[in-house]
Design a protein around this ligand. Structure first.
Ligand code: PHE
Length: 368
């Protein structure tokens, strides 16, 4: 066995490590000492060919040497890294006067925007916002709205039905309109009532202007002595504020809904401007027309009764409008399906700034 001066070997290794002045040199030293072919790794291998006595005397020395070198390498590495960081901090300067990088902002979907506009307009007339479940039961969606089991009007509201696990014979459905919120509100809060109820509704329908899911806003006023004049004034005031035009003209046409009596369909007059329909003016003027906009009427006394109120004391009006349709008319989109495709280019183009909350004083429809 050749004599090895571990102390001298150690001294030399430590001084070379201390002199290494960059991380690359240090890494080369690590490989030279401790790598597979490294000198200290080589010493460790000699243990295999020693007698057990030699191994007892030499083993601890070799291991101590290896540990000494390992910790010297780690210490020097930390020093060099710190020095590198300090050097970088000394040269890197931060200019706080530069504009901050612009964060990508999302946009408010036109449906949400219009719902916010509606809430703002109706809040000014004393209406609260009410909500109801999208998974509705048969009673609230149909029966309590004067559409019993075999009523033919149910056929126009084809939707997705499934069994109600809580009630053996009962069934649940995706609500076909927001009108069940009328019933829910009267049942839960009694009278008087002044609410709008925006939300999603579902019907088995699909083309450029119909999607299986769409949005409606319901309006309901229940009080003493409410009559058709209140309905007409409310609709006119709402539509003028929403479309931001004083010249909106309404035409009320007799219609039929099982839950209102009498029922009226409200049409708005429009003109053709550059090939586009623009709301405003009477539809009877030359070149103008009437566009069907919403369904409404005086709440049927049977609905008031089924909702737990006395129809001889309380009466009122209700209306229902398509929110998507209002958005299309106001903001000029022509394909409803694009509303729900989630195409980010469409959203950027038609979306609204989240910082631009609609207010009556600043204009409910302020463009982003
Ligand atoms: N719920 C009706 C529909 O979806 C609209 C409506 C609401 C009509 C309230 C009258 C009163 O077609």
């Amino acid at each position: 066995m050749t004599y090895v001066d571990y102390a001298a070997t150690g001294q030399e290794a430590l001084s070379r490590i201390a002199q290494a002045d960059d991380l690359e040199t240090l890494e080369r030293l690590r490989v030279a000492f401790l790598g597979k072919q490294g000198s200290i790794s080589g010493l460790l291998k000699t243990l295999g060919s020693m007698t057990s006595e030699q191994r007892q005397s030499e083993g601890p020395k070799i291991h101590a040497l290896r540990e000494q070198v390992t910790s010297a390498l780690a210490g020097r590495k930390a020093e060099l890294e710190q020095a590198e960081l300090e050097a970088r901090l000394a040269t890197e300067t931060l200019d706080l006067s530069l504009p901050a990088p612009e964060a990508r902002l999302g946009s408010v979907h036109p449906v949400s925007q219009v719902m916010d506009e509606l809430a703002e307009i109706f809040a000014d007339m004393g209406f609260a916002v009410a909500t109801g479940p999208e998974i509705e039961d048969d009673w609230h969606n149909f029966t309590a709205l004067n559409m019993p089991e075999s009523h033919p009007a149910r056929a126009m509201h084809d939707t997705f039905y499934f069994p109600d696990p809580a009630d053996g014979g009962g069934r649940m459905l995706l609500r076909t309109h927001t009108s069940p919120v009328q019933v829910r509100t009267m049942v839960s809060q009694g009278a008087p009532v002044r609410i709008i109820a925006p939300g999603r509704v579902y019907r088995s329908d699909s083309d450029a202007t119909h999607t299986p899911m769409f949005h409606q806003v319901e309006g309901l006023v229940i009080d003493r002595g409410i009559h058709l004049g209140h309905l007409k004034w409310t609709l006119e005031t709402f539509l003028k504020a929403f479309f931001e035009r004083e010249d909106i003209v309404l035409r009320l046409r007799p219609s039929y809904f099982p839950f209102t009596e009498p029922s009226v369909e409200a049409d708005v007059g429009f003109a053709h401007e550059n090939g586009r329909r623009v709301l405003g003016g009477s539809g009877d003027e030359p070149g103008h027309g009437w566009m069907e906009l919403l369904g409404s009427g005086m709440v049927n006394r049977r609905v008031i009764e089924m909702s737990g109120l006395d129809p001889d004391e309380w009466q009122g009006f209700a209306f229902g409008v398509g929110v998507d349709r209002l958005a299309m008319l106001k903001y000029g989109m022509d394909d409803l399906r694009a509303f729900f495709d989630g195409d980010v280019r469409w959203l950027r183009h038609y979306g609204f700034s989240p910082f631009d909350q609609p207010t009556l004083s600043a204009g409910v429809g302020a463009r982003a």
